[in-house]
Design a protein around this ligand. Structure first.
Ligand SMILES: NC(=O)c1ccc[n+]([C@@H]2O[C@H](COP(=O)([O-])OP(=O)(O)OC[C@H]3O[C@@H](n4cnc5c(N)ncnc54)[C@H](O)[C@@H]3O)[C@@H](O)[C@H]2O)c1
Length: 339
């Protein structure tokens, strides 16, 4: 299995589960732009621990190097691709859309092309709730109209469309699109987690503030039409999300059918609730500053997860805000002890 972006946050948790729970041989391709060699080394240790060191290989390469990636496809004979590699920061995508369309759409299209040319017929794609933009219905269903409001979301939706068209044109080619909501937390055993500095994800930022890496956390807007005025999001623990990928692989093997699934818990917590939970699990009453709304933040974003539960039999194990905050916090402490 080719895992692009396997040295990054979510990809590394999927590689960990593939190693621990399956016998697949895994090749990670990553350019280490936001991923880390330390994460790869930890994955190698995990592989060794479960006596599968031969099941993991790592190639440092950029997906934009089409001839190199083609050579890897020819050499490796992949059965499936799980494609995480992408640029993921929304405000950056507004300032530098070309970067996002090149990395997220052009490189993905090339990867799909290589799959089709080399008879690799299973493709799992990391998509995002950002494809829905500011949806008209909550909870958001897979059939809710897509209407991205920034280049990041659009670059992902364009890749979804390439997959859909290729699924129609090439009858053997099957894909699963997973639309993640707000991914958070760290490996339940705190071996891997989100390493990249300057994160914008709320729970990561709250954990960084709790351990003193930041002196305060900002709340962007307290005048939304929600119970406490702050935005509400559906936070999913990264290990539960990783499990959805293992299920997606099984689904493709068993059903040989393309599909789209939302990945979330189907319930939301407000920004204020998250901050208070992080304060509670850390025992630190860190400073919070209220500032104005950010453009393009919908008030409420919650997944309808009926489909993934019913059709893939996905059952979350860590559907608990305290567990999510606690693992994020413990991971942040671990990072602090490294430095
Ligand atoms: N984190 C979230 O909350 C979230 C939500 C929705 C969707 N997603 C999607 O999940 C996927 C993974 O996100 P993440 O949070 O793990 O981010 P991440 O930045 O930690 O991981 C991305 C990985 O891809 C690598 N990469 C990027 N461009 C590359 C290229 N051109 N060639 C080779 N490697 C490259 C990076 O080095 C990194 O290791 C992305 O596709 C993202 O759009 C994430």
């Amino acid at each position: 299995i080719l895992v692009t972006g396997g040295a990054g946050y979510i990809g590394s948790h999927v590689v960990k589960q593939l190693l621990e729970e399956t016998n697949h041989k895994i090749t990670i391709i990553d350019n280490l732009s936001t991923g880390s060699i330390k994460t790869v080394n930890t994955l190698k240790e995990i592989a060794k621990h479960v006596n599968k060191e031969n099941n993991l290989s790592f190639i440092e390469a950029d997906l934009s190097n089409f001839s190199l990636i083609e050579g890897i496809f020819k050499a490796k004979n992949f059965d499936a691709v799980i494609h995480f590699a992408a640029s993921i920061v929304v405000p950056e995508s507004v300032k530098n859309p070309i970067k996002y369309y090149m990395n997220n759409t052009v490189n993905t299209t090339n990867l799909i092309k290589l799959c089709i040319e080399n008879n690799v017929n299973k493709f799992i794609f990391s998509s995002t709730a950002a494809v829905y933009g500011e949806p008209d219905e909550i909870p958001v269903r897979e059939t809710t109209p897509t209407n991205p409001i920034n280049p990041y979301g659009m670059s992902k939706l364009m890749s979804e469309n390439v997959l859909k068209d290729c699924g129609i044109a090439y009858k053997d080619f099957k894909y699963i699109i997973l639309r993640y909501f707000n991914v958070a937390g760290a490996d339940i055993k705190i071996r891997i987690g989100q390493r990249f500095p300057n994160a914008t994800h709320l729970i990561k930022v709250a954990a960084e503030t709790a351990v003193g890496k930041r002196d305060k956390i900002y709340i962007f807007g307290t005048d939304y039409p929600t119970k406490d005025g702050t935005c509400i999001r559906d936070f999913i623990h990264v290990d539960d999300l990783a499990d959805a990928h293992i299920k997606a692989l099984d689904y493709l093997t068993e059903n040989n059918k393309s599909n789209i699934f939302n990945c979330g818990y189907g319930k939301g917590y407000s920004v204020l609730e998250v901050i208070n939970t992080m304060k509670e699990v850390s025992g630190v009453d860190f400073k919070v500053e209220i500032t104005g709304r950010r453009e393009g933040d919908p008030a409420i974003l919650i997944a309808d997860n009926t489909k993934i539960k019913e059709e893939m039999n996905w059952q979350p194990k860590y559907d608990d805000l305290k567990i999510i905050c606690k693992t994020a916090l413990e991971w942040e402490k671990k990072l602090l002890s490294e430095s």
